[in-house]
Design a protein around this ligand. Structure first.
Ligand SMILES: *Cc1c(COP(=O)(O)O)cnc(C)c1O
Length: 375
């Protein structure tokens, strides 16, 4: 079976985890600090805060951005549900914007949704293709809103020559195995804002005034206080040790993924009635996923195509979900229609892309798609 994805984890990462376990420093220790420093440096941000996953990172971002009950935050419905959930966690209201053909939030529609209650815009770099950050920065400046980036899928992607993570003050990444680098579960928030940085470090560890590293290295007895009601959103040092190895390889991983993504683009270019992902000018995608949109003229339905591919032992997934059509949002979104997002969701499939992927498997995917989609 050709799987949809596979994390790229090797003996290097296993050794790093093993070594860390034997040091007995297994949470909030030197490895977490090292990963934060390396990740910040890698993306070109001043600070990075390691957290337990991207969803908890988004929650902290909402808190430090000052989002609270009855505030409105504009975000795409077409995203993993955690995007909108993070807004709900602080009692605020997600207001769903449409997306464009590139699956990223539509700036024109987003502007129409701004009300006096709008406090922030949460953009998503969907499946690793960066959204137009500068357009959203300009919009946020015009209306005095906070900009938050859900970069769960976008580690290693870049926008206008700079890595995602360097452009704004709250950028949240995921290290779940379905993303391009993994620590099992895990996440990171990057920022250039020192206040945000300090508050997120406090909040991710129960609001504790003195961190473990400081207490363990002190010659004097120290007593901590808890400055506000915080959370346990810690990453462990075992995970961080794995993450350090992953970040060392991230540029290479992205290049290898791009080779496969660009090969798919070239090989499938002539297939009729489909739309392939397009890299907008000035962006560099990590090809976290490869999505194909089936035009209405397509002879085979999306679901039949998925089944036929599965019969050939090729795994696929439906396109990105729409949050407003999930049961959890049924009451909240009653009557809401987002035709572009719904159509993209219903007519898209994700095809296998992982490294290392054998050339014969890549060609099997290409040839099976060509055979099933020929008109
Ligand atoms: C995966 C994903 C998340 C959630 O990441 P976790 O690390 O699993 O919490 C959030 N937003 C988007 C867009 C994602 O793809």
């Amino acid at each position: 079976m050709i799987p949809i994805s596979k994390p790229y984890l090797t003996a290097d990462e296993a050794q790093a985890a093993y070594d860390t376990i034997l040091t007995a420093w297994i949470t909030q220790g030197p490895k977490v600090m090292e990963l934060e420093e390396r990740f910040a440096k890698y993306v070109g941000a001043r600070y990075a805060v390691a957290v337990s996953n991207c969803t908890t990172g988004l929650h902290l971002a909402m808190i430090v951005a000052g989002i609270g009950p009855d505030d409105e935050v504009i975000c795409p419905s077409m995203s993993y549900i955690a995007t909108a959930n993070s807004i709900k966690y602080v009692g605020a209201k997600p207001v769903f914007a449409e997306v464009g053909e590139d699956y990223n939030i539509d700036v024109v529609h987003a502007e129409k949704l701004i009300t006096p209650k709008t406090k922030a815009i949460l953009i998503v770099h969907q499946i690793g293709f960066p959204a137009d950050i500068d357009a959203f920065k300009a919009l946020c400046n015009k209306y005095n809103l906070k900009l938050i980036e859900d970069a769960a899928c976008a580690a290693g992607s870049s926008y206008k020559g700079a890595k995602i993570g360097s452009h704004s003050d709250l950028v949240c990444f995921s290290f779940h195995p379905r993303k391009v680098v993994s620590t099992g579960d895990g996440g990171m928030v990057t920022t250039n804002n020192e206040e945000y940085y300090n508050r997120m470090k406090l909040l991710r560890q129960h609001g504790m005034s003195i961190n473990d590293r400081v207490r363990h290295s002190s010659d004097k007895v120290l007593f901590e206080d808890h400055l506000e009601v915080g959370y346990n959103y810690r990453m462990t040092d075992i995970q961080a040790a794995v993450g350090i190895k992953q970040i060392e390889k991230l540029d290479w991983i992205v290049e290898e993924r791009r080779k496969i993504g660009l090969y798919y683009l070239e090989q499938l270019a002539a297939v009729p009635n489909i739309r392939l992902p397009k890299e907008n000018e000035n962006v560099h995608s990590n090809f976290q996923s490869f999505s194909i949109y089936l035009e209405p003229e397509c002879k085979i339905s999306r679901n039949d195509l998925m089944q036929r591919l599965l019969d050939m032992r090729i795994a696929t997934r439906r396109g990105i979900m729409t949050t407003h059509r999930q049961t959890a949002y049924a009451d909240y979104c009653k009557g809401l229609e987002l035709p572009v997002s719904e159509d993209l969701c219903d007519r898209s499939i994700l095809i296998p892309l992982y490294i290392p992927m054998h050339q014969e498997d890549i060609d099997k995917v290409v040839n099976s798609l060509k055979a099933l989609l020929k008109s």
